[in-house]
Write a protein that binds this ligand. Structure first.
Ligand code: NAD
Length: 431
């Protein structure tokens, strides 16, 4: 187990609202890491703020004949290391501030795994659950058209995020291509296979989470055999991580979902659970485990806890009660800065989101490379390259943490900021 001195990243007295504000969370970690790096004041200011923010208000004809006005965002945080990269989310709760924080996170994530991208994020304020497929398609195409001067294979490459998927990416690719008068597959990643998608992309984030678990156990000197894992979220990341990890010898003892959770100390058969959820649209009632309150599962005894659902689930309210010795963050931003401090004092080994869930953006990088080459790799090649990058990145982060006597999250930020700042210094400031 790492003998790292706890660090204070959180302000002394803040409200829960401030604690869970994504921009505050990102900035608290950034400022702490920048201070540790003794970052030049000018670069600090530059990297703390996004490079460009686009807000678009655009009309969409709805099925009932009305014209609805939607608001969308695209924020580009940094292009220092290459084109921007980052998802597009559809949600009634999307705000510019949230998108801004997520764009910065993407810069740090790409730099941690050392792929040649900067960070961006996009979003449209809408409730896709209340819209027809036709309405979602028209909204997607018009939003794409509104941001089309901003995006492009060498400028900014979107991807799926909350409530967007392969189909959304296919529409974006098609709309952009119609404007360009040629097919431009590399303008987005996360596309279906037959329109330029990559093999291995769908399970890449879950695979990366497994690699982070393997490496964590190796680092703390514990075996995979007998390792008890609880996962929150059984969607793309959680279910793929659970399946791959069970196949790899882990015992998945708990799954926490929106509507409730499951526990089985002897291990849950994840293949059966995936099939059950597919048939029933819920994990509840699965015969191979006992029901358990979802919140309780986060603080239930286990060796590895994987929050793979959503942000701000480990806060000042529950961090003290967490029993897992290792936390691998499949989700983005699951732990608040205040909770970080508590967990650091408890010597919990955390693999931070910008490293643990970077399998997705790494596979997206492979998709972009394949599209540009017009040559598509076998799945085994994608998986092997992915695992190599993630193992190397894990090693970089833990070595950096040891060398600077900080925890893994601060190390990941420091490493990322250092890489971006180094590139900016080399390029120089154009004036
Ligand atoms: P998803 O929508 O496929 O799955 C999320 C699952 O979590 C759903 O089954 C949902 O019901 C469940 N959930 C939501 N809130 C919950 C809560 N409070 N308690 C318990 N369960 C809850 O999403 P996903 O693609 O698996 O993404 C999950 C997280 O991982 C998000 O934070 C996302 O930003 C992050 N992430 C995803 C990828 C990717 O490639 N999909 C890459 C990097 C990061």
């Amino acid at each position: 187990m790492s003998t790292v001195t706890p660090v204070t990243v959180a302000p002394q007295a803040i409200t829960l609202d401030q604690e869970i504000n994504p921009w505050e969370a990102q900035s608290a970690r950034f400022d702490f890491a920048a201070r540790k790096l003794d970052l030049d004041e000018g670069l600090w200011k530059l990297l703390r703020s996004p490079s460009r923010e686009l807000i678009v208000h655009f009309p969409v004809p709805m099925d009932d004949g009305r014209i609805e006005l939607f608001t969308g965002f695209r924020v580009q945080h940094s292009i220092a290391r290459g084109p921007c990269k980052g998802g597009i989310r559809y949600s009634p709760e999307v705000t510019l501030e949230e998108v801004r924080a997520l764009a910065s996170w993407m810069t740090w994530k790409c730099a941690v795994v050392n792929i040649p991208f900067g960070g961006a994020k996009g979003g449209v304020i809408c409730d896709p659950k209340k819209m027809s497929q036709g309405e979602i398609e028209r909204m997607t195409r018009r939003y794409t058209s509104e941001i089309s001067d901003f995006i492009g294979p060498e400028k900014d490459v979107p991807a799926p995020d909350m409530n967007t998927n392969e189909q959304t990416m296919a529409w974006i690719m098609d709309t952009y291509s119609m404007h360009a008068r040629r097919t431009v597959t590399s303008v987005v990643t996360g596309k279906p296979l037959n329109v330029g998608g990559s093999r291995g992309r769908i399970e890449a984030t879950g695979r990366g989470v497994m690699v982070a678990c393997d490496e964590s156990l190796r680092y703390v000197g514990k075996p995979i055999e007998g390792c008890r894992v609880i996962i929150q979220g059984f969607g793309n990341v959680g279910s793929n991580a659970a399946r791959l990890m069970m196949e790899h010898g882990y015992t998945i003892v708990g799954i926490a979902e929106m509507e409730g959770g499951l526990y089985n100390s002897a291990g849950i058969d994840v293949h059966q659970l995936i099939e059950y959820k597919y048939r029933n649209n819920s994990v509840l009632g699965f015969p191979g485990a006992d029901p358990s309150p979802a919140d309780e599962l986060l603080i239930t005894d286990c060796d590895i806890l994987i929050p793979a659902a959503t942000e701000n689930v480990i806060t000042s309210r529950n961090a003290e009660k967490i029993k897992a010795r290792i936390i691998v963050e499949g989700a983005n931003g699951p732990t608040t800065a205040v909770a970080d401090e508590i967990l650091s004092e408890k010597r919990v080994f955390i693999v931070p989101d910008i490293l643990a869930n970077a399998g997705g953006v790494t596979a997206s990088y492979f998709e972009w490379v394949q599209d540009r080459q017009g040559y598509f790799w076998k799945e085994a090649v994608v998986n092997e390259q992915l695992e190599t990058i993630l193992r190397d990145s894990f090693d970089d982060v833990v070595r950096y943490a040891e060398a600077h006597n900080v925890n893994n999250r601060i190390a990941a930020y420091m490493l990322a900021i250092d890489r971006v700042a180094f590139t900016i210094r080399q390029r120089g400031i154009y004036a």
